[in-house]
Design a protein around this ligand. Sequence first.
Ligand SMILES: Cc1cc2nc3c(=O)[nH]c(=O)nc-3n(C[C@H](O)[C@H](O)[C@H](O)COP(=O)(O)OP(=O)(O)OC[C@H]3O[C@@H](n4cnc5c(N)ncnc54)[C@H](O)[C@@H]3O)c2cc1C
Length: 410
Amino acid sequence: MNAETAPLVCDVAVVGGGMVGCLLACSLAREGISVVVVERQSPASEWPDDEIDLRVSALTRASQRILDNLGAWEEMVRLRVSPYHGMFVWDQGGSGSIRFDAAEVAEPDLGHIVENRVTRLALWHQLEALESARLLVPDTVSRLDLERRTLLLASGRSLRARLIVAAEGVNSPLREMAEIASRGWDYDQHAIVATIRTEVDSGGVARQRFMPAGPLALLPLNDGRSSIVWSTSPAEAERLLALEETEFCSELAQASEYVLGRVEWVGPRGAFPLRLRHAERYVREGLALIGDAAHGIHPLAGQGVNLGFLDAAMLRDVVVDALATGRDPGAFAVLRRYERARKGGNLEMLAAMDLFKRLFSNDYRPMAQLRNLGLTLADRSGPLKRIVVQRAMGLSGERPSLAKRRLAPR
Ligand SMILES: Cc1cc2nc3c(=O)[nH]c(=O)nc-3n(C[C@H](O)[C@H](O)[C@H](O)COP(=O)(O)OP(=O)(O)OC[C@H]3O[C@@H](n4cnc5c(N)ncnc54)[C@H](O)[C@@H]3O)c2cc1C
């Protein structure tokens, strides 16, 4: 067998070098564990200074800690992150509203709005600098032999690993090759995303208005603009996308109840179909699912990638422990520890967001009165608000070691 046909061998093969796959690979390679990432597309590395990616995510404190502990946060701050210190949520169907403020939980901010390309690029750069990491890009998997823990790649290479991880997002081909079912449904909603400039500066406050057709989120950027996520029916999304810029701005201002005054400018617009998905199991002997490959959640509470980062950081703990004690990191019993730590909590979050979506997409009057009462009572209850904020920031429940504290510099 020559070097070309001999399989590449590593401890962990990560398929999908998106935000979650890169984070896992980085966390393992920093421990000297050999990792190969198979990714079909390199991240964008340059963009105009004033252009905001259509895809942004609200990152929690737990995610920030993980990224900081992996050395990526510093570059992200250099590239651009937008902290937000307040959040205001209100309901179209009445007077109910709730406000959150970082000061109430003695934190400097509630989280950061970050372009997905910023997070991915910073992690990618970390990976490029780590000796134990190897990036195979562009490449993809054409066959999985789980018994031999071997992947045949489209490039013709083969790759043998002690553990194979699927991180290719919601339509994960590897999950299908491993015959793991993923259950869920389409929300019959599309999320319109765009960057806007408004008459009033967004002022570091995230705002979300619930409407029967879906929520509208205005996420603050550090130059005073906002990034929007406007969920609505597919037909309405199509109509809104086809509008002239001024008409779109005017409809958006109305939909936001002029909370930031007039909408003066909108950049390019895009739309994403929204689905709920949950894999029946996260692990099989030799294989684990992380991130959107394991679960797809409604973006209304901005939890998707944050859950994915917690998956990755927890799987990292399990693999590091197994290797340190001479166990097989791909053994089913080892991987079950990861599944037990993450699946229940993810399911809880999926169900809670699903319930919220249903509760607020309903214009039945008694229901509207009830949720307005709920919002008002919750707003007045200090302890309840603190619990909600701690949870939303990822600071409660079982946490992986990377999310607990800032680790000593290496
Ligand atoms: C409108 C919208 C708003 C959102 N807002 C938020 C938010 O505020 N906060 C939040 O936490 N989450 C948010 N999310 C969710 C978040 O975007 C996802 O949870 C996150 O992108 C999942 O990351 P991932 O790495 O698991 O998957 P992905 O981001 O889908 O990455 C998958 C990677 O795998 C690669 N890939 C795919 N197939 C293959 C293959 N066959 N071979 C090799 N590589 C492959 C892709 O190129 C990609 O790089 C939002 C989602 C939407 C739609």
